[in-house]
Ligand binder design. Structure first.
Ligand SMILES: [Zn+2]
Ligand SMILES: [Zn+2]
Length: 440
């Protein structure tokens, strides 16, 4: 491979574009099959089989049930040993009761489009390098990529890119928050609420205590940090002291560093509520969403290809600066965990939906032809920047140098080496109920 080979020098741009265009009908079929058979968090068995079988039939080496998740897969394609490795993430989970209202069928399609294009280029030019399609389930509420990351996914890859549909704007830059999800289970002791309440430990009081303390904490949150929560269960009848209460909570902050700080103020609330009521509490940090760290070298190049070669007008695709100013997302993406391990972007493309993601309007647009074509175009741009990583040494070095610098500056470097995957631990309240003997 020549030291300064570029896509233009061998006309690979046209090869990428035409390979995706030729696969359009087949990719639409796969997208609609996933769309019409929605499967939720970690039970995406049909979609996982559909995509992994399809890649296997094309000659890819496929491993199923990888990195700690039954419905994850990793597919690899390489013809000549050595070279760099690029990855495309395919999501395929749907929302409970709403189906594909986040358009993850389009994410799968877009990443397969990139994969098909690079497979074609590798077959034509036979240079060293590996393409990977990572099947990543459970994005919605499951933090699937966090689980995969803690089990070794994406290690040593030179880039990993993916896309996501958006209601009405397109950007190469995804900005999301870091978030932990917590399930808290308070355990008390039941008693007759009128006859012998002193023999009980009130789990409803404990969770209300925690909820109230969280409300007080909100005044002291830094800009960009938020806490959401709901009580799922807190008793069954008014004449029984509730012995069990359960709630779900999310804390969010702009970066993982800020999230760690918020967690250190948030978590003691539950121990304090247990102490105040004599209950015990079990804290189950169920899913972590690290903030997405977008590689700006990749993002700029994505925009360049879109405008110079894929027919997008400059005003149709936000600049990086506009993205930072206008679209700082209050939400989260589990792509954050991936972006802490190797350089990457999650570009967003408009699907012209009547409503935001997680709505019926967004679901309807996710099955439409406009969304399909935009997903393919995003897949073409991602294929082109990934091809740059494979063949253009200077570009690959620049991508890597930016990644290392940003990780070190943000205190993110090697975070996964010291990371504890999942924490469930009990906190015991400090007093016991009075004995029943006091009744008389
Ligand atoms: Zn979603
Ligand atoms: Zn989504």
């Amino acid at each position: 491979m020549a030291e300064h080979m570029t896509l233009q020098s061998v006309d690979m741009i046209e090869e990428v574009v035409s390979a995706v265009d030729a696969a359009s009908d087949e990719l639409r079929r796969l997208s609609l099959e996933i769309f019409n058979n929605p499967e939720t968090i970690f039970v995406e068995f049909k979609a996982c089989e559909l995509l992994s079988n399809w890649l296997e039939n094309r000659g890819w080496k496929v491993s199923r049930g990888v990195y700690g998740l039954k419905t994850a897969f990793e597919a690899r394609f390489s013809l000549v040993e050595g070279g760099r490795t690029v990855c495309f993430n395919a999501e395929y989970d749907a929302l409970p009761g709403l189906g594909h209202a986040c358009g993850h069928n389009l994410i799968a399609t877009s990443s397969l489009a990139s994969a098909v294009a690079l497979e074609h280029v590798l077959k034509t030019h036979r240079f060293p390098g590996t393409i990977v399609v990572m099947g990543t389930p459970g994005e919605e509420s499951g933090g699937g990529k966090w689980i995969m990351a803690t089990n070794g996914a994406w290690k040593g890859f030179d880039a990993c890119v993916m896309t996501h549909g958006m209601r009405n704007f397109s950007t190469p830059l995804c900005l999301t928050k870091a978030s932990w999800k917590l399930r808290a289970r308070f355990h008390g002791q039941s008693a007759h609420a009128a006859t012998a309440p002193w023999t009980g430990l009130n789990a409803c009081d404990a969770i209300v205590h925690a909820y109230t303390a969280i409300s007080m904490l909100r005044q002291h949150l830094e800009k960009g940090s938020t806490i959401q929560g709901c009580i799922l269960e807190a008793g069954k009848a008014s004449n029984i002291i509730p012995d069990y209460a359960e709630g779900l909570f999310s804390i969010r902050a702009p970066t993982m560093q800020k999230l760690d700080e918020l967690k250190s103020r948030f978590e003691p609330i539950f121990g304090a509520a247990a102490a105040a009521t004599g209950c015990s509490v079990e804290l189950d940090w169920t899913a972590l969403y690290e903030d997405v760290v977008s590689n700006e070298t990749l993002a700029e190049q994505y925009r360049n290809y879109m405008i110079q070669h894929l027919g997008i007008e400059p005003e149709q695709l936000l600049t990086l600066e506009e993205s930072r100013m206008l679209h700082d997302q209050p939400g989260c993406s589990d792509f954050g965990s991936c972006s802490y391990i190797c350089p990457g972007i999650q570009a967003m493309f408009s699907i012209n939906a009547t409503d935001f993601p997680h709505s019926i309007g967004f679901r309807e647009a996710s099955a439409g032809e406009f969304a399909h074509q935009e997903a393919l175009k995003a897949g073409q741009a991602n294929a082109l920047i990934s091809l740059d990583v494979l063949i253009n040494h200077d570009f690959a070095d620049k991508v890597k140098a930016e990644f290392i610098a940003v990780m070190k500056k943000g205190g993110r470097w090697n975070r996964h080496l010291v990371f504890i995957p999942r924490e469930i631990y009990p906190v015991q309240g400090s007093f016991r109920p009075m004995s029943a003997g006091i009744v008389s």
